[in-house]
Design a protein around this ligand. Structure first.
Ligand code: GAR
Length: 224
């Protein structure tokens, strides 16, 4: 049952690198466009620029070193168990993968079913995986874009929340195309977070239905 929420949505961001999508979400929150609070920015890379961005904005930054987990049985699950503890300690309601270059295991996916989003720089289901801007150009696509989706066990397979398309120009390189897609990523990721915060996302099988705005939405997502 949904009830009006009085506090901002508690969000954690997992990022491995540059963190420009993290920055877009931070900026949207600070501008009052997204009603959320980033309670932790977590990285598997000590020097991730994302962690520096978090510190700059007074947000909690957490480096979880993958090294101690290497060689353990179920090392990936063990790592995710450590992440889950941090997420639970901070009472996280929504997890954002933002350039998080580690595959999340079922342990984390199930704990945050329909409460974990990822952004991917292609129009899924075309081009899951890596180097996707180059793959779209090489395939001869006329359109590329980006997708925000809920995270499921299959990589880049979860229900699609928002997409944005950009044209592929004859002179595009992977870098120029990636830069144009990134501009759109920075628009649709904060938008998806705000829709979640307003309690407007309903998952119906593979489809995500965006409901009408409620005065004081709660982050409730119902799965079928
Ligand atoms: C973004 O383009 C994001 O879509 C992509 O990594 C980049 C991270 O940039 N993610 C993936 O490819 C995940 N499959 P950022 O660190 O500046 O946000």
């Amino acid at each position: 049952m949904s009830s009006s929420r009085t506090t901002p949505l508690r969000v954690a961001v997992l990022a491995s690198g540059r963190g420009s999508n993290l920055q877009a979400v931070i900026d949207a929150i600070e501008a009052g466009q997204v009603r959320a609070h980033i309670v932790a920015v977590i990285s598997n890379k000590k020097d991730a620029m994302a962690l520096a961005r978090a510190r700059k904005h007074g947000l909690k930054d957490v480096f979880v070193d993958p090294k101690p987990f290497v060689g353990l049985p179920d090392s990936r699950e063990a790592y995710d168990r450590a992440l889950l503890e941090i997420l639970q300690q901070h009472e996280v309601e929504l997890v954002l993968l933002a350039g998080y270059m580690k595959i999340v295991t079922a342990l984390l996916v199930n704990a945050y079913a329909n409460k974990m989003m990822n952004i991917h720089p292609s129009l899924l289901p075309s081009f899951p995986g890596l180097d996707v801007q180059k793959k779209a150009i090489d395939w001869g696509c006329k359109l590329a874009g980006c997708t925000v989706h809920f995270v499921t066990e299959g990589v880049d397979e979860g229900p699609i929340i928002i997409q944005a398309a950009v044209p592929i120009l004859d002179e595009d390189t992977a870098d120029t195309l990636a830069a144009r897609i990134l501009v759109q990523e920075h628009k649709i990721y904060p938008r998806a977070v705000q829709l979640f915060a307003e309690g407007r996302l309903r998952v119906d099988g593979r489809r995500v239905v965006i409901g009408a705005a409620k005065p004081d939405g709660e982050a409730i997502v119902s799965a079928t």
